[in-house]
Design a binder for this molecule. Structure first.
Ligand code: DGJ
Length: 717
């Protein structure tokens, strides 16, 4: 609910949170409060305190006040020595701005951003307009709040109402100041095959910056951070989260300044970013989802999971039963023909797997990773009878068919590149930087996006395809387009992302019945922006159950488990060479959108039976995976155990997986999220436990050998 008091205090109340801002007596918009829900009187007293600290309007030194003022939009060149959230470069070279409050509007509906993922429907929006004293730039800050969530979504639109062209040198989505600096910063860091490991570092004076400069949100840092108190645990303690709805280069910063204030800000990475605004043009920033929890990081994660499911992910698919796929990548890599694929399909169908996904290598002259990207025509030399043979086999076996694409890339050895070298990013007279022997298509060019749309659509129209895996296997390096004027090259990075979003939007609208899975060399673009289009994303190329439990654990800090694509693969594992029990691989993969990444024809009878049982069990719990709440019970990063449980919204069903990372003796794990009053029956043993006992004394885990799991289901009957 949004309340406006005396046209100058704006109070946004969510489920258990309050976000308040006000116009100070100098006419500037500053933050008043963000945290646990408070009553208005408390906010009024805070405002009085600020009024006392605010200099008089005629005080000549007042501009230095901006250095300590909790600006809702920090401007540049007027004595605020923190990093600004916006820098406007005018044609006389000056960059000073002073944004003053100019009005507000409250709307019931949430306006969609143009060409970018954004919060879908519901809630109330506050629009606050600021005007620059020195130029024709106007900023409309928007805030969305929801009665049933502890999340405020923020963003802004920058409008040039003047007569001269200006260039934005920075356009962050938000800025928020805290008086308390005693926090650690939690981020999700990593690399290929070790994505999103939670890392917490105490904030000292200076700037802590989490960023991607790669044109994708990246394996290295995820666009999510949280401020956490020292005593913040899974279910207790205070933390504040920031999750950006963006899939390109980003930065999220926490700055503790010499005034002992903490500013958090971020959005599109300012590196490689400028944006020209002609008169009457405007620029929209991505949205940031800001959340507060006084009940630990677990509660914060569930807020994000619920919010992404309800407000971001495609509603057509978010709660739909996910297909159980088998993918041939680790089974064959590029080495397959139609015979081999049909054998895998036949074997998989006997195991009750419902969808076969044909991965990389089905098109052009693609027999290795050095050719044919961009040539989206079936390689009929490799696949005799083309895709029809394979689809027919799927039909005969009662399975659906999915197909892999890498729409944003081109190989130099491809018909597309030979015909259109100008479709690749970069300058023709400078040798391109290669990665996986491929170049990036210039998605800032409409004709390139159109070409890819038509080529991919042709395949999707021609064949019976129910599932698409959209891969992206390299970071961008040359942020340069031959289609952009020299003064607009700084727009390349963001325009590329807009091109990706526009292709995703067009394909999804043209083929609404196809389920799209995202992927970027594993989990290199696992972000809320991508989830707007793809209900699930391939979490990591690392399918080793031991590493995966950590990757999935970290990913769950900011994303629902139903968004994580998780597959069982063979051992020794192709990425780590580790051997783990088949049951462990199944159990870890069951904590997400489960599937298989192996050659079903090579499974032993025992493994085949295991798959049948795993799928049977998964079908029983998959409703919990898409609707339920995750509770992280034992942290694999800080001990020798992993345990997570998923609890239904009505608290009557629970599914849990415990994994021993070392040989372990009998132990108990205290569960969370249950109802103390309920009696839960362990479905396997028939033993009844009270919710109180399970949460206070714990659930019994038997003796386990290293890498064994114990899977349990508890139900209120
Ligand atoms: C990277 C993906 O993460 C893999 O699953 C696979 O699709 C390969 N690319 C194919 O090139």
């Amino acid at each position: 609910m949004i309340q406006i008091v005396e046209d100058k205090i704006f109070i946004l109340n969510g489920h258990k949170i309050t976000y308040a801002l006000f116009v100070n007596k100098l006419g500037f918009l500053q933050n008043l409060y963000f945290g646990e829900k408070v009553d208005n009187n408390f906010l009024y007293s805070l405002q009085e305190e600020w009024d006392k600290k605010t200099p008089a309007a005629d005080d000549l030194n007042k501009d230095m006040y901006f250095d300590t003022m909790p600006s809702e939009c920090a401007f540049y060149g007027r004595g605020d020595y923190n990093e600004p959230s916006i820098i406007v470069h005018r044609n006389d070279g000056s960059e000073m701005s002073r944004f003053r409050y100019a009005g507000y509007e409250v709307k019931k509906c949430i306006p969609a951003l143009k060409g970018m993922p954004c919060v879908r429907g519901g809630g109330e929006s506050l629009f606050v307009t600021l005007k620059d004293d020195f130029s024709g730039i106007k900023i409309v800050l928007h805030y969305l709040v929801f009665d049933d969530f502890d999340i405020v979504a923020r963003g802004c639109e920058i409008i040039n109402t003047g007569n001269d062209c200006v260039t934005l040198r920075r356009a962050f989505s938000f800025c928020l100041q805290f008086e308390d600096i005693d926090y650690s910063l939690l981020c999700l860091s990593g690399g290929w095959a070790r994505e999103r490991a939670p890392e917490t570092n105490k904030l000292g004076h200076g700037i802590t910056k989490i960023q991607s400069t790669r044109g994708i949100s990246s394996h290295q840092f995820n666009p999510f951070i949280a401020l956490v108190k020292d005593d913040c645990g899974e279910e207790t303690g205070k933390c504040i989260g920031f999750e950006l709805l963006y899939s390109g280069s980003f930065s999220l910063c926490a700055e503790v300044n010499g005034n002992d204030k903490l500013r958090v800000y971020g959005g599109i990475n300012e590196m490689n970013f400028t944006w020209m605004l002609h008169p009457a043009e405007s620029f929209e920033t991505p949205q940031i989802l800001i959340s507060y929890s006084n009940n630990g990081i677990g509660y914060l994660s569930r807020q994000y999971a619920n919010f992404l499911r309800e407000k971001i992910i495609n509603p057509q698919y978010v709660y739909k039963e996910r297909p159980i796929v088998i993918n041939n990548w680790e089974a064959t890599y590029f080495n397959f023909d139609e015979k081999k694929i049909c054998e895998i399909i036949e074997a998989a169908s006997k195991l009750n797997i419902d969808t076969f996904v044909l991965d990389d290598g089905w098109f052009g002259k693609r027999n290795l990773d050095n050719a044919a990207l961009g040539d989206w025509v079936v390689n009929e030399t490799k696949l005799k009878g083309g895709l029809n043979t394979i689809i027919q086999k799927c039909n005969e076996c009662g399975m659906k068919f999915g197909l892999w694409f890498e729409p944003e890339m081109v190989s130099e050895d491809s018909d597309l590149y030979r015909a259109h070298p100008e479709f690749a990013v970069g300058k023709r007279d400078i040798e391109p930087a290669r990665s996986r022997t491929q170049l990036v298509l210039d998605f800032t060019k409409q004709e390139v996006v159109d070409y890819v749309f038509n080529a991919v659509s042709e395949i999707l129209k021609t064949y019976q395809i129910s599932y698409v895996k959209w891969d992206m296997n390299r970071s961008l390096s040359e942020f340069y387009s031959t289609g952009l004027d020299y003064s607009r090259q700084g727009e390349f990075s963001h325009r590329y992302v807009l091109g990706v979003y526009s292709l995703a939007e067009r394909l999804m609208s043209a083929f609404p019945d196809i389920f799209f899975e995202g992927c970027a060399g594993g989990g290199g673009r696992f972000d809320a922006g991508m989830l707007y289009y793809f209900p699930q994303i391939w979490t990591s190329d690392n399918t080793d159950a031991i590493d995966r439990c950590k990757i999935q654990w970290g990913t769950s800090y900011a994303y629902p488990i139903s968004a994580m694509s998780c597959h069982v693969s063979v051992c020794p594992n192709h990425q780590t060479n580790r051997t783990t029990p088949f049951s462990t691989r199944g159990a870890i993969a069951s904590l997400g959108a489960t599937g298989y990444e192996l050659d079903a024809t090579k499974l032993t009878d025992e493994e085949k039976n295991a798959v049948i049982v795993q799928i049977d069990n998964y079908k029983r719990i998959r409703d919990l995976i898409v609707h339920g709440d995750l509770y992280r019970i034992r942290n694999p990063f800080s001990g020798s155990e992993f345990c997570e449980i998923v609890v239904s919204k009505d608290k009557k069903s629970t599914y849990g997986v415990y994994l021993a990372l070392e040989d372990s003796s009998e132990t108990q794990v205290c569960l969370s999220g249950l109802d103390q009053k309920y009696v839960y029956r362990d479905i396997k043993t028939g033993v009844d436990y009270s919710g109180k006992l399970l949460m206070e004394q714990g659930f019994d885990i038997p003796i386990l050998k290293k890498y064994e799991t114990y899977v349990f289901e508890l139900k209120v009957l």
